[in-house]
Design a protein around this ligand. Structure first.
Ligand code: KIV
Length: 303
């Protein structure tokens, strides 16, 4: 069955939001038309469903889940199986957005054959429509593209290179580094990457790369001149328990919302004000009558 178009065509009459399936070629078309691409990470069914229903164009099951969902210090320890588990949950929720899965550290750093086999798992077992890989792995991007697996590249501050970079540092700050980034971006595009995440690079560098590439750039900490923007869901909603990076804009305070609601629930339980009578099931009248014949249980009737 094709899910290329949902009933109702371009937009849902009830919400006015677009319903046409986003594909990798559609992202390139958005770039050509100068339409900004919205992207966000997501890791579970409920939040992905909301993100998709709102009309975000690209949903990334990022390896950032290692930190924001699983509580690790960095992204390095998350496994292929953990990424697959979350990608499947997101797949069940997402209808419209392009679903991209991050390949975790170690899953594409061995032979091309191993990397290809791991990428195939994301498509076959979890329903990803593209995979994202970090760094200038031109040969691998070419091999994946040849194998019909669309690829999103990722350059600049690549968190899986944490130890090599000596920390999370803005990249592309010298003329030499800028030229190298540009060359890598062009090589990935030539190898077949369908889009490129640019993370933690000066605005001017992202703008120059965006202008030169025929594929869309999606920025995070890369200024406003990229073809699209991506943020980590938990950053957007204050769910990270840490001060936000410079590039993060908080659009809501889910921590305050959740704390408030859970605190209120705890108080209600402690004060026996939850559940109330309307929130309780009641014994049918006929059962009451039948039970009243038994003197002991007759007391079940409410006073
Ligand atoms: O893992 C992730 O969330 C990412 C985005 C920040 C681009 O790679």
């Amino acid at each position: 069955m094709s899910i290329t178009n949902f009933p109702g065509g371009q937009s849902s009459a009830s919400t006015g939001l677009p319903t046409t399936k986003v594909t990798m070629p559609a992202l390139a078309e958005m770039k050509r038309q100068g339409k900004p691409i919205s992207a966000l990470t997501a890791y579970d069914y409920a939040t992905s469903r909301l993100v998709d229903e709102v009309g975000i164009d690209l949903i990334l099951v990022g390896d950032s889940l290692a930190q924001v969902v699983l509580g690790h210090d960095n992204t390095l320890s998350v496994t292929v199986d953990e990424m697959l588990h979350h990608t499947r949950a997101v797949r069940r929720a997402v209808r419209r957005a392009l679903l991209v899965a991050d390949m975790p550290f170690g899953s594409y750093h061995g032979t091309l054959g191993e990397a290809l086999a791991n990428a195939v798992r994301f498509v076959k077992e979890a329903g990803a429509e593209a995979v994202k890989i970090e760094g200038p792995r031109v040969e691998l991007v070419h091999a994946l593209t040849e194998a019909e697996i669309p690829v999103v590249g990722h350059l600049g501050l690549t968190p899986q290179s944490l130890h090599r970079m000596g920390g999370y540092r803005v990249q592309g700050r010298t003329a030499e580094a800028v030229l190298s980034l540009k060359a890598d971006a062009l090589a990935l595009a030539d190898a077949g990457a369908g889009a490129l995440v640019l993370e933690g690079v000066p605005r001017e560098v992202a703008a120059a790369i965006t202008a030169e590439l025929h594929i869309p750039t999606i920025g995070i900490g890369a200024g406003p001149d990229c073809d699209g923007q991506i943020l980590v869901f938990h950053d957007l909603l204050n769910l990270t328990f840490a001060p936000p990076a410079k590039f993060v804009r908080r659009y809501g305070d889910a921590a305050a919302l959740i704390r408030g609601a859970v605190e209120h629930y705890r108080e209600d339980v402690e004060h026996r004000t939850f559940p109330n009578d309307e929130e309780s099931y009641h014994l049918p009248e006929a059962a009451h009558k039948a039970l009243e014949k038994h003197t002991k249980v007759g007391a079940l009737r409410k006073a």
